[in-house]
Ligand binder design. Structure first.
Ligand SMILES: [Zn+2]
Length: 138
């Protein structure tokens, strides 16, 4: 018997769905020398980079408490109708990856390699935090 629906994501628990969708490393979008988006990036790739970058920016901007209802609209257009969902995202502190999901169409994925990119707004290499970064503790 299968009564587990994989198409109706739930945000009630501690975790969003298992990340089996998009898996992206933000560093792949950046020029190694400038740490910025390369000029030669094809538009579809650039659009993806900006989409994922917006998610990273939102999540890191809302740490440490998090607000997983981002201001990033879903980019999918299933059946040629634009999905009206907003992306939900949070930082998985165990893996350090950002997990995201669209509650409307179910598109989802995870983002890693974001820490030292221009999208990280939470300390790290770019910003100067007013408090020391949270230490790893149990
Ligand atoms: Zn969607």
């Amino acid at each position: 018997m299968r009564d587990r629906s994989t198409d109706s994501p739930s945000f009630q628990g501690d975790h969003i769905v298992k990340p089996t969708g998009w898996v992206v490393d933000m560093r792949h979008y950046l020029d190694e020398e400038t740490d910025d988006l390369p000029d030669r990036l094809p538009t579809p790739v650039l659009n993806l980079a900006l989409f994922f970058g917006s998610i990273v920016a939102w999540v890191t901007d809302h740490l440490p408490h998090g607000d997983w209802h981002t201001n990033v609209p879903c980019r999918r257009s299933p059946g040629r109708r634009r999905c009206l969902g907003d992306v939900m995202a949070e930082l998985d502190r165990t893996s350090g990856q950002i997990v995201w999901q669209c509650p409307v169409c179910g598109d989802h994925g995870l983002i890693h390699g974001w820490e030292h990119t221009l999208w990280n707004r939470h300390g790290g290499a770019r910003a100067v935090p007013s408090e020391p970064p949270p230490a790893t503790r149990h």
